[in-house]
Design a protein around this ligand. Structure first.
Ligand code: NAP
Length: 495
């Protein structure tokens, strides 16, 4: 067999797994270090073909009734429920997220779709009486056409469903481009969509490293790009989509603050802040990477934080007793090491971690210890830039004003947490924190019916919640004459 023949088909177009004609891309397991397989990735022609197929199918798909699309989504949801364990395991193989976390997430995949199916039973559009006699206006919601859904590696399926649910519900067709690190789970999910009865071509996938994403965004037949990923790529995508004035929604990075006041329940705050930064090995956009602690509580809080970080078990993501899994790629691991080393060289104090973790069972796995840094200053890159790894910066503050000023001292604005037993204070903080989401006495909670998104470099637009349907539709206003006759514009005396 030739090298090409050994590759697994890396695209899903028109309801079938097909080979791409781009270069082969090796999918690696970050937790064991082994190569899983090589995929034939998409070339520019393959991407064009996927978009053309989607465009052709769009005419029939947008003409389906809301009830028919709701039924399709419900059938797809049922199949996702049935395959939740399989999808969870597949994603863990690719990105090393803990199976115990992933399994819980996968159980809710179907609910994402059921939520949007249920919204299709709500009234859409409204009637307006304009200030012009004899006229009535109603509005309609019309789909955009081909939506490009581009996803990152840290939570590829969940973040994909945030896009697929609303896009399909209102009658769009989709071409997905997953990260080169996590293509397999996405390809499987697309197969299930077709198996559930969605017409071939409504959901397509193109895979590959640096190339297919860009080809997709540049394709003028793509009406909207729904993107989750880094701020740098988000800026590039916004620029590319500006050609042709096409829509974007951008869910980007973060440098979120978790603010702990001395009056907080300490046990809860320690658990919440630890989970906020070390959950998913810190590889989440909403990671609470800046932990701000009221000065008088800092010594005890920091000691407990360090103690717990040191005790955490790093290793096999399939093992129930593991606290933290691997870093998803060698490039990401090296970025984390570089940023931590630079912070220490700039004067930060390493309190925990700061090195690779050796996992006996998997000597080639990509593991890093949960890391805590103190003596960080706001001018340090570690305080300002997203690490996207298990690295917490801990800083003291003296009062609310200083806490707000430190928390908001960032070009990002994705999320923030506040820990306090004072209700009035939490309200004041929530209104002043510059972030798309604020959690009070909890952290890192998201749901399909709660809007999520960022401010500033954290993005444009919101996903989840009923309002996000607007970002997948155009509003059309239809003016209807009530039959009172049209005045002759050139003869004011005649009726
Ligand atoms: P990334 O490098 O920006 O890549 C994300 C996706 O975009 C990948 O599929 C990538 O493909 C593709 N891509 C990159 N540059 C592109 C371009 N110029 N045109 C079209 N597509 C392009 O991000 P990542 O490293 O996968 O994920 C980590 C980032 O995602 C972090 O910054 C994190 O904060 C962010 N994130 C945000 C949220 C949120 O909801 N706000 C959620 C999760 C993650 P290839 O890399 O395969 O080429």
């Amino acid at each position: 067999m030739t090298d090409y023949e050994q590759r697994a088909p890396g695209c899903f177009i028109d309801g079938k797994r097909v080979h791409g004609t781009g270069p082969g891309v090796v999918v690696r397991s970050p937790w064991s270090g082994e190569d899983l397989l090589t995929l034939s990735s998409a070339s520019r022609e393959d991407v064009s073909q996927a978009v053309a197929v989607a465009q052709t199918v769009f005419t029939a798909w947008q003409a389906t009734t809301a009830g028919e699309r709701a039924e399709h989504l419900m059938n797809f949801a049922a199949l996702l429920d049935e395959h939740a364990d399989e999808l969870a395991e597949l994603q863990v193989r690719e990105n090393g997220k803990l199976l115990k976390e992933m399994a819980g997430q996968a159980k809710l995949f179907g609910d994402h779709l059921r939520y949007y199916a249920s919204l299709l039973r709500m009234p859409c559009g409204y009637v307006v009486e304009p200030p012009i006699g004899g006229m009535r206006v109603h509005t309609e919601r019309v789909p955009l056409g081909v939506v490009a859904a581009i996803t990152p590696w840290n939570s590829p399926l969940n973040l994909l469903l945030w896009k697929l649910g609303p896009a399909l519900a209102v009658g769009n067709v989709v071409v997905i481009k997953p990260s080169e690190i996590t293509p397999l789970s996405t390809l499987r999910l697309a197969e299930l969509a077709t198996q559930a009865g969605l017409p071939p071509g409504v959901v397509n996938v193109v895979t590959g490293a640096a190339g297919p994403g860009q080809y997709l965004v540049e394709n003028r037949a793509v009406a909207k790009v729904a993107f989750t990923g880094s701020s740098a790529a988000g800026e590039q995508i916004a620029r590319a989509a500006a050609i042709g004035l096409r829509r974007v929604s951008l869910e980007l990075g973060g440098k979120s603050a978790n603010v702990v006041f001395a009056d907080a329940d300490h046990e809860q705050a320690i658990r919440g802040t630890l989970a906020g930064i070390f959950g998913a090995s810190g590889q989440t956009c909403m990671a609470g990477s800046r932990i701000l602690v009221e000065s008088r509580a800092l010594p005890v809080f920091l000691e407990r934080l360090v103690e717990t970080a040191d005790r955490m078990r790093v290793g096999d993501p399939f093992d129930d007793t593991t606290d933290m899994g691997p870093i998803a790629s060698a490039a990401q691991l090296s970025k984390i090491e570089t940023m931590v080393d630079a912070a220490v060289a700039a004067g930060a104090t390493l309190r925990a971690g700061g090195c690779r973790a050796q996992v006996e069972q998997f000597p080639n796995g990509l593991y890093y210890r949960p890391t805590v840094l103190s003596d960080v200053t706001p001018d340090m890159p570690i305080f300002q830039e997203e690490v996207f790894g298990p690295v917490a910066c801990v800083m003291p503050f003296d009062d609310e004003d200083e806490a707000i000023s430190l928390a908001n001292d960032t070009r990002f604005g994705l999320a923030a947490g506040v820990w306090t037993s004072d209700r009035a204070r939490s309200d004041r903080m929530a209104s002043q924190l510059r972030a798309g989401t604020v959690w009070v006495n909890n952290y890192r909670k998201v749901a399909y019916n709660v809007p999520f998104g960022g401010i500033g470099m954290s993005g444009v637009g919101r996903e989840n919640g009923y309002q996000c349907l607007d970002s997948y539709t155009e509003t059309k206003s239809v003016w209807v004459d009530q039959g009172l006759g049209i005045r002759d514009p050139f003869n004011p005396r005649a009726r």
